[in-house]
Design a protein around this ligand. Structure first.
Ligand SMILES: Nc1ncnc2c1ncn2[C@@H]1O[C@H](COP(=O)(O)OP(=O)(O)OP(=O)(O)O)[C@@H](O)[C@H]1O
Ligand SMILES: [Mg+2]
Length: 528
């Protein structure tokens, strides 16, 4: 007899997909229990909404595992059966609600040994019967109705985890109007020290797609307590360490974009948060804290004014960027000599390097500017001795007084004459050496005693008295030697110092050979 094959009867399913609870559990197996229980508290807070209310969380050792119960006085659940549906969510309308994916409750449920959710007169029970998972929904008598929602779950966790859970939830930043009790202990409200208005990415459902638009929000900076690590909070719930060196938590008042596992923020978010908080935190930071990496990374994205404050606080005011030796010129040494602090940007991290390059001059620029100012001041302010004794204006009167105070016209002219002779003698024998001319100026304002211009004009500061009262003294001769060396090598640094040593030897020789002549030509100058 041929076998008769009967076609299977038609079967219809309610939906396309079904979810394997075991598979879902495997996905969540490695997660921190606090992040799973957090999902229940998050749902409870969302259910309270802006009106506030009460949440009671209990974590107790029971039947060799841990029993978690979370009771809230919120809106309750109209259709309890929906709680089984992975990705079913009622929170698509606002970035001010914590939940969003329709996953949180199920992520914890799939790890549970059994669970019950009660809301109003409805109850849904998740049980293991004969090795199978079953779900049962029951209607309660009116006298057993539960206001809000009560979630109970038996977890296969070690009792040690309870301490960790209590610590985590005691660390919550409870929103206004919410009364949160964890294992019988109320979690106190904590005051924010600062509230920063910022624009940060958040998460929103738009046209059926999750997007991360920028939205205005507030970040509350709440001082950390002893033993706490500074954390990012999403609407009061701790998410992950904020990775900065100041003693504040940052409580963001809107949804925070998360990584796929939802146990840390999305990549790049911390940087944006640091950038938003940096201007407010800057006055609180020590010099050392300002040089920390998180500041360096955030700094290039801050306003120019903030970048300048970061540089001033972290690196100092009178600073320049090191440049390599250029031929015979060593700008770093020259800059150091005029009191500039030198920063080697090769030693700084990327973000700092970027803002230093933007705002801090190189040692070459600093030195050139310094010299330019000095020579300019010398040129602009230089005057002739004979002229000031003829002119009637106030400036000339002031100059005359200065000349008189250092010994009078004749002495000043003698000192200038000697200076010209001495410098020329120093330079004699050098190829292309010039017969310098000597002039006078007031140079104190530019921090100079004397200057030497590129066209070999020696300007002496009439406002440096010892130059005139003791022209053969060590300091005065050293000044002339120093200035003459500029003719040979118009900058400071290593090579300049070699030049100076040579000139010092030459100066000694000049005085040995010409001592007699000097005393005869300028008798009035040697008396001291
Ligand atoms: N305590 C509660 N009170 C009222 N409704 C709740 C409560 N817990 C869960 N719900 C309802 O169940 C839905 C699913 O919750 P679930 O935690 O799985 O996802 P979600 O909160 O929407 O998003 P997320 O995956 O981000 O947690 C919620 O959108 C909400 O409508
Ligand atoms: Mg949720």
């Amino acid at each position: 007899m041929p076998e008769t094959i009967t076609a299977p009867a038609c079967t219809t399913f309610d939906d396309w997909l079904a979810v394997s609870t075991d598979g879902f559990a495997a996905m969540n197996a490695g997660r921190d229990p606090a992040h799973l229980v957090k999902e229940l508290v998050q749902n409870a807070l969302d259910a309270l909404g802006l009106g506030g209310g009460e949440i009671q969380l209990n974590c107790q050792a029971q039947d060799g595992g841990v029993r978690i119960t979370c009771r809230d006085s919120g809106c309750g659940m109209a259709n309890l059966a929906d709680i089984r549906t992975v990705f079913h969510t009622s929170k698509t309308d606002s970035h001010l609600q914590r939940g969003r994916m329709g996953r949180g409750f199920k992520e914890m449920l799939c790890m549970a040994l059994e669970a019950t959710v009660t809301s109003g007169r409805r109850r849904i029970e998740f049980r293991m019967e004969h090795g199978r998972r079953v779900t049962r929904q029951v209607q309660l008598p009116a006298d057993q109705a539960t206001p809000g929602t009560l979630v109970e779950m038996q977890m296969p966790w070690d009792g040690d985890v309870i301490q960790h859970l209590v610590k985590y939830f005691q660390g919550m930043l409870v929103p206004d109007g919410v009364h949160l009790v964890v294992n019988g202990q109320r979690v106190c409200h904590r005051l924010a020290q600062d509230r920063i208005e910022a624009s940060l990415p958040t998460e929103l459902l738009e046209d059926g797609r999750w997007i991360r638009p920028i939205r205005k929000t507030a970040i509350e900076l709440v001082p950390v307590r002893e033993g706490e690590v500074p954390m990012v909070y999403e609407l009061g719930i701790p998410v992950c360490p904020i990775e900065w060196t100041v003693g504040f938590h940052a409580n963001v008042q809107q949804r925070v974009p998360m990584n796929p596992c939802r146990d840390a923020v999305a990549s790049g978010y911390l940087l944006k948060l640091h950038r938003a908080c940096l201007p407010t935190l800057l006055p609180e930071l020590s010099e050392e804290q300002v040089r920390q990496d998180w500041v360096g990374s955030a700094a290039p994205h801050c306003d120019e004014a903030v970048q300048q404050q970061i540089i001033a606080k972290g690196f100092g005011q009178n600073i320049a960027r090191s440049v390599p030796k250029m031929g015979a010129r060593q700008f770093d040494e020259d800059a150091r000599e005029i009191g500039t602090m030198i920063i080697d940007t090769r030693q700084t991290s990327g973000g700092f390097r970027q803002i230093l390059q933007q705002h801090v001059p190189t040692t070459m620029e600093v030195v050139e500017e310094h010299n330019r100012k000095r020579v300019q001041a010398a040129a602009a302010g230089s005057f002739d001795v004979a002229d000031v004794y003829q002119a009637q204006d106030d400036a000339s009167a002031r100059r005359r007084r200065l000349i008189e105070s250092v010994g009078g016209k004749e002495r000043v002219e003698q000192v200038m004459d000697f200076a010209r002779w001495f410098c020329q003698k120093l330079l004699d024998g050098y190829e292309g050496s010039a017969v310098c001319s000597v002039t006078l100026a007031m140079l104190k304002d530019v921090g100079a005693i004397a200057t030497w211009s590129s066209d070999d004009v020696l300007t002496l500061g009439i406002d440096t008295p010892w130059l005139w009262t003791d022209p053969f003294g060590e300091e005065s001769l050293a000044t002339l030697i120093h200035e003459a060396a500029h003719h040979l090598n118009a900058h400071h640094g290593q090579d300049f110092h070699k030049e100076l040593e040579k000139l010092a030897g030459r100066a000694a020789r000049i005085m040995l050979l010409h001592g007699q002549e000097v005393r005869q030509r300028w008798p009035g100058l040697s008396g001291r």
